[in-house]
Each structure stands twice: as structure tokens, then as C-alpha cells.
Design a binder for this molecule. Structure first.
Ligand SMILES: NC(=O)c1ccc[n+]([C@@H]2O[C@H](COP(=O)([O-])OP(=O)(O)OC[C@H]3O[C@@H](n4cnc5c(N)ncnc54)[C@H](OP(=O)(O)O)[C@@H]3O)[C@@H](O)[C@H]2O)c1
Length: 322
């Protein structure tokens, strides 16, 4: 095993650790539990933390980051991502300044537009919740928000700007009209949801793919569960590779992510889990044969469907994804 995680390079030349700790507590883990995990993960070797205003814990995570820097880790060696929540599309600069204040930082390494819709949901809602003012995607509205992110980059408050939960057609429009193109796109990626076309599109356009829910989000909130969902860590191919290598199925999912070339941001508050995920990211890559076998188990099973962002008149969650 290598002692350090691999890095991926962004188009600008910046280097981002290929594994980061997610910080969304899935409506299940408290802000203090997540903050404690951030400190523990830094002890294990994590330097990349995936935050967001809507996770409701940026103040506590900020306290953890201060402790990490206080323990001797240089700020420049950390990679901190945050995200603009849907109800702040109208004023991204103010929202980013608030995240910076909560996190106790002078700058973010990456700031993302969390979802391409200005449609709000309150924390902890169930799958039937709808914003009565919800709207379908508007390229013009998105570009206005994007201009705000470009201003943040020019002001030096964020080093890189990016997108999340996008599709090829939405991204193609942004690439056409952006002054500063997206450096990264955060997207759901795990063996049962590999999104090969979008993955190839972002890579071909110099955008780094950051894969969320890399373990198939086994602890996701009830609003993100449907009966047809499948489980990556129970897939026979994942189980067989795990057994042959003497590692857990979760470790195989992380090895697959890093071997494929995406950044993985697993969440956990349990030390043995985040330690294991970190070790998996540092391990030798999977073999071409193992990669080919996992390529064959894609089920196109989107878990984070986004039903709560639907607008009046939409026919179903598929409308969110073009
Ligand atoms: N951009 C976006 O819209 C977006 C959307 C979703 C997520 N994200 C980001 O991605 C991060 C991760 O996503 P996620 O939490 O949905 O999914 P995930 O990382 O695939 O799943 C996390 C869960 O997996 C279990 N786990 C973690 N490590 C494990 C290990 N080594 N072995 C066995 N089980 C393990 C834990 O379950 P238990 O706690 O039950 O043990 C943990 O709560 C989030 O925290 C967030 O930062 C971004």
C-alpha cells in the first residue's frame, strides 16, 4: 500500500486528493458526529472534505478544520469543497461568504452549484415534499448563477468552480457560454450507476468527475429509496473480487472508483470504515480484468433521483435528468 492517496489533476494544474470524506449526515448523524469524523479522518490521512451549506454542519466542520490546522496540517494541504444550495441561486456570492464564515476559511478550493434547479426542500423532508415555486431547468437562470461563481473565482474566494447533478445537454450549454468553464462535476457514481456517457463527456471536456455515493449510499434517507434500487455491496462480482483480495465489498467500490479515474467521496462517521476506504484508495489499482468485470455490472440504477425538486406539471423524476 502507498502511504498517501493518489491525486488527480484539474485542468488548472491544481491537485486534488482522489479520496475525500463526505460530510452529509443523511439526516441520521449529528453535526458533532460528522465534525468528529472529520478530525479522525485527518488523523488517518484524509486531506479532502466535501461540504455543503445544506448539510447543516458547516460551523461544526469548520471547528474541526481549525483543530486540524491547529494540529499542524497546513491549510494549503487541505482541499475543501462547498456547495451553493438551491434557494441561494439568486445570490451565490453572499451564500459563499456565509459558507466561508461558517467553515472559518479565507477561501474554498472548490465551490459547486449543488443542483441545477433553484428548487428548495427543507432538511429532513420525505419523498412527497414539493416546493410550490419549483421550476424546470433554465439555462439563462443557471448562467446568471454561474456568473456569480465566476466573480467569486475572480475575487480569489474560491480557487475552482464547478457543477453537480448535471446532464450532458445542460453541461454543453454551460461550456458554450461560460467565461470560466467548470473544473469539476460532482455526480452519482458507483458500480451499479456508472454513467459512462456523462463520465466520458466530462473527461473529454477537461472536467474532473467527482463521484458521490461511491458505496451505493447504504444509509441514505428514506426519501431517496425506492423498491427497485439495487445494492452495489451485495453484487456477486463485487463480492467475488472482495473475497479474492481479502478486502470488504466497500473497499472494492473505492478501488474501482480510483482505478477508473474519478475522485471518490465516501461518507462515514465510523473510524474503521473511513480508515478502510482510505486504505482502498491508496491500494494498487484493480486489474484490467477486474475493471472489465465491474464495467459489466452497471445497472443504470440512480439512487439519488431528486423527486423533491420536481416542479408542478412534471411527469416524474426522469424529467430532472433530461
Ligand atoms: N452533490 C450531491 O448532490 C451529493 C449527493 C449525495 C452525496 N454527496 C456527497 O457524497 C458523500 C457520500 O455519499 P453518501 O453518504 O450518499 O454515500 P456513500 O458514501 O456511498 O455511503 C455512506 C454510508 O456507507 C456506509 N459505509 C461507509 N464506509 C463504509 C465501509 N468502509 N464499509 C461499509 N460501509 C461503509 C456507512 O453506512 P452506516 O453509517 O450505516 O454504517 C455510510 O453512512 C456525502 O456525504 C456528500 O458529501 C453529494
Amino acid at each position: 500500500m502507498n502511504p498517501f492517496p493518489p491525486f488527480k489533476q484539474l485542468k488548472s494544474g491544481s491537485r486534488i486528493p482522489a479520496i475525500g470524506l463526505g460530510t452529509f449526515g443523511s439526516d441520521k448523524y449529528s453535526p458533532d458526529q460528522v465534525a468528529e469524523a472529520v478530525i479522525g479522518a485527518a488523523e488517518v490521512g484524509y486531506r479532502h472534505f466535501d461540504c455543503a451549506a445544506v448539510y447543516g454542519n458547516e460551523r461544526e466542520v469548520g471547528g474541526a478544520l481549525r483543530a486540524i490546522v491547529g494540529n499542524g496540517v497546513a491549510r494549503e494541504d487541505l482541499w475543501i469543497t462547498s456547495k451553493l444550495w438551491n434557494n441561494r441561486h439568486g445570490n451565490p456570492e453572499r451564500a459563499c461568504e456565509e459558507s466561508l464564515a461558517d467553515l472559518g476559511l479565507d477561501y474554498l478550493d472548490l465551490y459547486l452549484i449543488h443542483w441545477p434547479f433553484p428548487n428548495y426542500h427543507a432538511p429532513g423532508v420525505d419523498v412527497s415534499a414539493r416546493d410550490p415555486h419549483a421550476k424546470p431547468y433554465s439555462h439563462d437562470a443557471y448562467m446568471q448563477t454561474w456568473r456569480g461563481l465566476e466573480r467569486l473565482a475572480k475575487r480569489g474566494l474560491v480557487r475552482e468552480i464547478g457543477t453537480s447533478n448535471m446532464t450532458i445537454s445542460k453541461l454543453a450549454g454551460v461550456l458554450r457560454d461560460a467565461e470560466i468553464p467548470p473544473a469539476a462535476n460532482e455526480m452519482e457514481l458507483h458500480p451499479h450507476f456508472q454513467q459512462p456517457e456523462l463520465f466520458d463527456f466530462v473527461v473529454a471536456n477537461g472536467i474532473l468527475p467527482i463521484g458521490y455515493s461511491p458505496l451505493g449510499s447504504p444509509s441514505r434517507p428514506a426519501r431517496d429509496r425506492t423498491p427497485e434500487d439495487t445494492s452495489d455491496v451485495d453484487d456477486p462480482v463485487i463480492l467475488e473480487i472482495a473475497e479474492r483480495r481479502g478486502v470488504s465489498p466497500a473497499a472494492v467500490c473505492i478501488m474501482w472508483a480510483v482505478s477508473r479515474g474519478q475522485v471518490a467521496i465516501p461518507f462515514s462517521v465510523k473510524r474503521h470504515q473511513y480508515e478502510e476506504s482510505f486504505a482502498a484508495a491508496c491500494a494498487d489499482p484493480l486489474s484490467p480484468e477486474e475493471m472489465a468485470r465491474i464495467a459489466g455490472i452497471n445497472r443504470n440504477c440512480r439512487l439519488i433521483k431528486g423527486q423533491v425538486f420536481l416542479w408542478p406539471g412534471a411527469s416524474g423524476w426522469e424529467d430532472l435528468w433530461d
